[in-house]
Structure formats: C-alpha cells, structure tokens
Design a protein around this ligand. Structure first.
Ligand SMILES: [Zn+2]
Length: 477
C-alpha cells in the first residue's frame, strides 16, 4: 500500500518516493492573473488541491507552492488595453482568484510567489546560464537559451532535437512544438512594456523576463534545486515545462523534478474550452446561476484527472444530488439513537472497507472518481444495514462518522457544503433583521428610512415583496 503516480517524464506509473523521507515539495503552475480563471482552469486547481490534501492526509510534511503569473505577453497586452500598469491590472484578478479558490474549498498553499517580486533572482539566474555557456545575449537586446547546449532538450514532450535549426530563435512565450528553438529568457523592453511598468534594469539593458524562466527561478528559490512534484495543465508540457527543465538543469546540473503530473483539458458542454477561444465560463457565473460550490467541486473531481471530463449544467444537477445524498447521510448518522445494549452491526466492517477502498483509489494516481465511489459504497451499505435497526452502539455509529469525515478531509464536499450553508444562514439572518427594521420604520411612518432599507437590500441583489402575509424576500439571479 503506497502512493503511485503517473509521471509524464517517464510515461509510466511509478511508486512515489520523495527526496526526503516523510516530506514532499510541490510546485504547481498557477494562473496568469490577467483575466478571470475559467472552470477548465479550476479542474486543474482542484486536482492540485486533491494532491495537497491527500499528501497531508497520508502524513507527509508538505510544502506546496503555486505561482501567480503577473507579467508575461498576455498580462502586458491586457494591461495596455486597459490603460493601466501590470500591477494595477493583475492585483484585482489575483484577489478574485484567491476568493474563488476559497469558495471551492481549495486549501491555501504555503506560498503564492509572483514573478514581479523575483526580478533580481531571475537576472542572476540568466547570468549563471550565460556563464555556463547555456545562454547568449542577441542583437535584439534579448537573451536566449541555447537548446543546442542542453542535450536533454525535448525529453519531456518527446521531441526529436536533431531536426531543430541551430541558432533559430523564438521570442514569444507560447508557441507550437514545431517551432521549438532557442527561446527568450529575457526580452528587451518595448515602449508598451515601459508604459505598463513591465521593464526593469539588467546587464542587457531595460527588459523583462520570459514566462518560462519565472517558474524555474521561483521554484528553485522557494523549494530548492530538486523538487518532488511539479504539477500543471497538459497544455504546459510544451514548451513551458520542457523549457523549465532545460533552464533549471542547465543551471544547476541536478535533476529539476522527480515527478511531473499533468491534468487533462476540460470539455464544457461537449466543447474544448480555452481563454483564447473566448468560450469560457467562470465560477462566479455558475454561482450567479444558482449552482452551489460543493456541486461544482464535486463535478470537477468526479473524474480521474487524466481522464476525459465533460462539464455540463445537467451534470451539475446530478452533482448537487450526490452532495445532498452525502449530507443527508451525515445528518441521519448524527441523529441516530445510540444504545449500548443494541445488537452488534456490520457498520464497523463497512467503515473499514470503505476507508481501505478510498485509500487504494487515491494511492492509485489520485483516482478521485474511485475514491468518491467508496463514499457511496459506505452510504448505501450503511443505509441498508440501518433498516430495521432503531438504535446503534455508539462505537458503530462513531466509526461510520469518523470514516466519512476522514474521507471528506480530502474530498472536501461536506466541508464546502457546510460553509456555503452557513453563509446562506448569515444572509437570511441579516435580511430578516432589515425587514424588521423596515417594518418598524413604516409603522412610524418613517418612509425615508424604509425606502433606504429597501435600496440597501436591492444593492445587494435582494428584492422584497410585500404581501398579505408580511414581507418576503429573494435573491435575484
Ligand atoms: Zn509555470
């Protein structure tokens, strides 16, 4: 019984052995905060969360770092279009991103480094690469990585480097496998870069880092030269992660990452979705449509991260029922009568079997689909065993609840559902109080106050309806 992970680098399922027994370092490529993250991004971020939670659940001392990209080609373009600096543009999106992750129950990680805070270490890293003969300053004011100088180039994606043109260069952050060539570590500042505050001094003049360099430098600075796990969406395998390996291993001479793991693209309503196609939906849109965070979380973890997942609103309704079933089960178990004289039941065995199934599923390359199935094996097994049993021994009831809550420490569904419900209760309490204040104002013919209260609620999207039975309220979608 031990954790196995599918390593992109070796294309095989491998037993997981961290560099230091009992401790795990993880670096995950987070969002570029130039826009709202979409639901496809959140499939990836929820997988990061499952890894984070399950490693901790398994007893590892985990250090988990996720970067927020706040300067790259896309950020600069978006900031320039908005007429603000890159920091003014990215700060609010960073806030929104962290709020969305909290809504979906994604645990905070240890550090969220931003590229703009690492300019000096990036410059030092480039100097080291130039000194080692792995990079060169070109006549366009940029510094390029020489892929010819790194024989392992192409090993992650499986690129035949014999076909590459020596010395050919690419300055863009993103490009296709067919365009593999020397890539920019540092780019000379353009007028636009200067205008949006994305230019810094360097030995090669004013400029800014290339996107790929950012992760190599922040990973090394925060976690050391060799890390255990590096996670990301499958679209990052090339060129981003291939380039990270080249930069890091050329600079340090030691392996950069022990296990690479990549999450498959999400389909939405049957279609591939991406920011560049412009057909993305956000967490906020789904919440505004009335879907709850636990259902969104459930659907996004309901499939193994390397398997196909088609996110649909129909599917969200099914997820909502699944979450409700777990909530009902928890409530039923908490309400069940206990009696020390009750007959022995098979609940202890059912609980142990469910936990073993859950652990085996998660150990098998974080298979959350099978792990969720173990929860429902417990629910149906126990529900069946409860038929005709008016009371349970406390030890049996507690075993079931303990296992249910233990599994939820990883899956996070009850956790998110309870938080969302508490928020709803708070809202209801607030609105009821305002309705009472408004009724008092009206009774005193203080219509200015009563109108002000109605407007205050309307500004929060809450509409009042006065009727014969009193005032009712609803939240506008
Ligand atoms: Zn990255």
């Amino acid at each position: 019984m031990s954790l196995k992970v599918q390593n992109t680098a070796t294309r095989s399922l491998q037993e997981f052995e961290p560099l230091k027994a009992g401790a795990v370092s993880v670096y995950a490529c987070g969002p570029t905060i130039y826009n709202h993250a979409h639901i496809g991004n959140f499939r990836t971020f929820l997988f990061f969360d499952l890894v984070h939670r399950y490693l901790e659940w398994s007893g590892y001392d985990v250090r988990f770092v996720m970067n927020l990209t706040d300067v790259d080609d896309k950020v600069i373009e978006a900031a320039a279009a908005a007429g603000v600096s890159v920091t003014e543009h990215t700060d609010p999106f960073g806030e929104i991103f962290l709020a969305d992750t909290a809504t979906l129950g994604i645990r905070a990680v240890d550090s969220y480094p931003r590229a703009t805070a690492y300019i000096e270490p990036m410059v030092a890293f480039i100097v080291r690469l130039i000194e080692g003969g792995h990079a060169y300053a070109a006549d366009d004011g940029a510094v390029y990585f020489s892929i010819e100088s790194f024989p392992g180039y192409g090993k992650l994606k499986g690129i035949d480097t014999s076909t590459l043109r020596v010395g050919a260069r690419v300055a863009h952050d993103e490009y296709e496998k067919e365009d593999a060539r020397d890539f920019a570590l540092w780019k000379a500042a353009t007028e636009e870069d200067e205008r949006v505050g994305a230019a810094w001094d360097s030995p090669w003049g004013r400029g800014r880092p290339g996107w790929h360099l950012e992760c190599s430098v922040m990973s090394t600075a925060e976690l050391g030269e060799t890390i255990d796990m590096h996670l990301g969406g499958e679209d990052l395998v090339f060129p981003h992660h291939e380039n990270e390996i080249a930069q890091s291993e050329a600079a340090t001479g030691v392996p950069f990452v022990r296990y690479w793991m990549h999450v498959k693209h999400l389909f939405v309503e049957g279609k591939k979705m991406s920011k560049s196609l412009g057909n993305f939906i956000t967490v906020r849109e789904l919440l505004d449509e009335g879907y709850d965070p636990a259902s969104i979380r459930h659907q996004l973890i309901s499939s193994h991260y390397r398997g196909e997942l088609n996110f649909t609103r129909e599917g969200l309704k099914a997820s909502s029922s699944a979450v409700q079933r777990i909530l009902n089960f928890e409530a039923r178990m908490e309400a069940v009568e206990t009696d020390e004289g009750a007959a022995p039941s098979p609940l202890l065995e059912l609980a142990e079997a469910a936990l073993a199934g859950f652990r085996a599923a998660m150990d098998n390359d974080f298979n959350s689909a099978d792990a969720l199935a173990s929860v429902f094996v417990l629910v149906s097994g126990v529900n069946g065993a409860l038929e005709g049993r008016p009371a349970l021994r406390a030890i049996d009831r507690d075993a079931v609840l303990t296992v249910l809550h233990s599994m939820d420490q990883v899956l996070g569904l009850l956790e998110v559902a309870h938080v969302a419900r508490a928020v709803d209760d708070d809202l209801a309490g607030y609105v009821e109080q305002k309705i009472q204040e408004r009724a008092d104002a009206r009774a005193n013919k203080d219509f200015a106050t009563s109108d002000a209260i109605r407007n205050e609620l309307a500004a929060k999207g809450i509409v009042l309806e006065d009727g014969a039975g009193g005032t009712r309220w609803k939240v506008m979608g």
